[in-house]
Design a protein around this ligand. Structure first.
Ligand SMILES: [Zn+2]
Length: 696
């Protein structure tokens, strides 16, 4: 049995770390987004309180706000929350974590505290005596964390602290005195931005002072009680913070002729119970402390926290179970992308890609693959538009469908756009995918009176969809179905990424985007092939078919070719379409980025952090080759010329229906006599519908 008044070695009750799951999620985030490969020590905050229940050791709490730079104590909810400043080091490999010299590390922290004590830093800000350090290895892929806390405390070999006497605060002081002390204490705390852990009481006046003033009073011969907010509520022993506090007092308080001195220490355990303030756990202990000098040769630092088995080993926590699976998927998806920022592309802006609302016109092979690739880039908002249904032959080539989707044929709701959106969400529930069943009206597809209002609604819906999205992907299988979205997107100044397939050749291009200022958008007459072409002078799909660049034997227009493609072609073209989109997004001018010409040396060109932003990518599987032509807009283009856009703006649906019913009408508008021949070649009546062929 421990006697209350014998001379006992003081047992300091060590801190216990208590980590809220939000701490680990925040750690995951800051490591990925902010610290990245940097494994320097960073500031971290822990919170402790004197308000715990009876018989609990000191607990240092950590949550998401531990990483915040400024934590306002008034926001923490209770006045008695003490903010403990510490540092965290997050290792990049488990090996470094394991091989770290733990004794050396804690000695360094101890040395800092000792230096603070020797200088005036600890007297000026005694909260510095309370410190901690945390080392972590975070396995960000599966949310497993190896970690170890240290609460550094100074020890002086062969010199010990003894506890002589212990008195309850409420026995030591009368009721009136203790009430006065509480009042003075509250007034004292008001002087500080953050809650003070340490204080001093003038025994005569019961005024509460800072430790510095207490030491001065003491050294002038006044009786002073030194106090601390004791986070420990186990009645017999003081909490861990007293240890460094005694070292400060031993050094800074005037020495006597004796080897040791006695101090009265207030273990202030102010707490609220049932809405009432209680001091019944507070104690006053008399301690015997030895003299120490600034030249102490041997100082040890202790304080590594023991693990659950009371061993001096790190702890391991696995947080994967406490996250819901969708949340897990969400952070796992962004993990691979964020890792790009660590070394490969530190300047990449993933947010801007993620926030693009993408409209995919066509949900066939191109639509499916583009969607998957966009999702891999983290794009969260994807809308599919198509009017056809999943057929038996689709799933093997169209990567978002399975056999089950094609069963039921015409009788069931198995529209491609709806199925594609559903299945995309099966792959990743965090994606906001929607499917719209819509036929896109086309030039040369006659609109009779009986369907006029339906077609008008379809146009309206398409206009609305294009307005609501940031990037429009043209992924249909016919040339003429691209005309209307090209006109509307050009009018809305949206980025258009167009992808089209031949049998073994593909085209991926971005359309030029006009500024809307007719003077600026007028095509320059003195175009030089070595200059970049500004975006408002770049051509669209329809410009380029008329002025196809390069070798005419390999640059055949796609619609002259068979719509059956080599199976790998769609994956290549879809991937390139999305990667082109990504490069556009990384350029500060976005859709207004000019294009280099084929004459430019590509090696010299650093346009975005991901590389160049070409106008067109044309590839040929028979020779496994790729070219990057750029071409100016055609001033008589049937889709993007100023005349067409102005007429569309002025006349709206009345203009469009004339085009649907007679594509030759475009000739009148643009004044392009040769158009008829060009459009005849297109053989508009070959296939109708968006992507009713199996392979687009
Ligand atoms: Zn054009």
């Amino acid at each position: 049995m421990q006697s209350e008044n014998e001379k006992d070695l003081i047992k300091f009750v060590p801190f216990n770390s208590c980590i809220n799951p939000s701490f680990w999620f925040e750690l995951n985030k800051v490591k990925l987004d902010d610290y990245m490969l940097n494994d320097d020590f960073k500031d971290l905050k822990g919170f402790c309180s004197t308000c715990s229940s009876n018989n609990l050791p000191p607990i240092l709490n950590f949550d998401y706000s531990s990483f915040k730079k400024n934590v306002d104590k008034t926001k923490i909810g209770h006045e008695n929350v003490i903010i403990v400043e510490g540092q965290i080091k997050i290792f990049n490999t488990i090996n470094e974590f394991n091989l770290l010299d733990k004794n050396k590390l804690i000695d360094e922290f101890g040395q800092t505290i000792w230096n603070d004590i020797k200088s005036t830093k600890a007297l000026d800000d005694p909260n510095r005596l309370n410190r901690f350090c945390l080392i972590v290895f975070a396995n960000l892929k599966n949310y497993v964390f190896h970690y170890w806390f240290a609460f550094p405390a100074l020890t002086f070999p062969l010199k010990s602290y003894y506890q002589l006497r212990k008195t309850k605060f409420l026995d030591y002081f009368s009721m009136e005195q203790s009430e006065l002390i509480l009042e003075n204490m509250d007034r004292f705390q008001l002087n500080f931005k953050s809650h003070q852990s340490f204080f001093a009481i003038n025994f005569e006046t019961l005024d509460v002072f800072s430790v510095r003033e207490g030491v001065n009073l003491h050294n002038c011969g006044k009786k002073v009680l030194f106090g601390l907010y004791d986070p420990n509520s186990q009645s017999n022993h003081p909490g861990w913070p007293l240890r460094n506090y005694l070292a400060l007092l031993a050094l800074k308080c005037k020495k006597t002729e004796y080897e040791t001195r006695n101090f009265e220490i207030v273990l202030f355990r102010d707490r609220y119970h049932g809405g009432e303030r209680k001091s019944n756990l507070s104690l006053i202990i008399e301690v015997e402390i030895f003299n120490i000098s600034e030249n102490e040769e041997k100082i040890n630092t202790i304080g590594w926290e023991r693990n659950e088995k009371s061993q001096l080993h790190p702890r391991i926590v696995n947080m994967s179970g406490s996250m819901n699976t969708e949340k897990l998927a969400e952070s796992a998806v962004s993990l691979n992308l964020k890792l790009m920022k660590w070394r490969i592309a530190p300047d990449i802006n993933l947010e801007i890609i993620r926030n693009q609302r993408c409209l995919l016109l066509g949900s066939g092979t191109l639509g499916c693959n583009v969607a998957r690739c966009l999702m891999a880039w983290g794009v969260e908002h994807i809308t599919f538009v198509d009017n056809s249904k999943v057929s038996y032959s689709n799933p093997v080539r169209q990567s978002l469908f399975v056999f089950q989707d094609s069963i039921g044929g015409e009788s069931k709701e198995n529209h491609k756009s709806i199925k594609a959106a559903e299945n995309l969400k099966l792959i990743y529930p965090g994606v906001d995918a929607n499917g719209i069943v819509l036929s896109i009206p086309m030039p040369g597809h006659y609109v009779g009176e009986n369907i006029r209002s339906k077609v008008k609604n379809d146009v309206k819906q398409l206009e609305k969809l294009i307005k609501e999205h940031d990037c429009i992907f043209l992924l249909m299988d016919t040339r003429e179905s691209r005309w209307l979205p090209t006109v509307i997107s050009a009018s809305e100044k949206k980025l258009v990424i167009n992808s089209a397939l031949g049998f073994d050749s593909y085209l991926v291009m971005r359309h030029g985007v006009k500024t809307g200022d007719i003077e600026k958008d007028k095509l320059p007459t003195n175009f030089h092939p070595d200059q970049k072409i500004s975006s408002n002078h770049l051509g669209c799909y329809f410009c380029n078919d008329i002025v196809a660049p390069g070798n005419s034997t390999i640059d055949r227009t796609l619609d002259q070719q068979c719509t059956v493609s080599r199976p790998g072609l769609s994956m290549i073209a879809s991937a390139l379409a999305v990667e082109l989109f990504a490069n556009v997004m990384q350029h500060p001018l976005r859709q207004y980025v000019p294009s280099i010409c084929s004459n430019h040396k590509l090696d010299d060109t650093k346009e975005s952090c991901l590389g160049i932003v070409p106008h067109q990518i044309r590839g040929y599987l028979h020779s496994f080759s790729m070219i990057l032509p750029a071409s100016q807009a055609f001033d008589k283009c049937t889709a993007c010329s100023i005349e067409i856009l102005e007429t569309y703006k002025r006349e709206g649906f009345d203009f469009l229906i004339k085009v649907f019913n007679d594509p030759n009408y475009l000739e009148d508008v643009t004044g392009l006599k040769e158009l008829k021949a060009a459009l005849d070649e297109a053989e508009f009546d070959l296939v109708s519908g968006l992507s009713d062929s199996d392979d687009s």
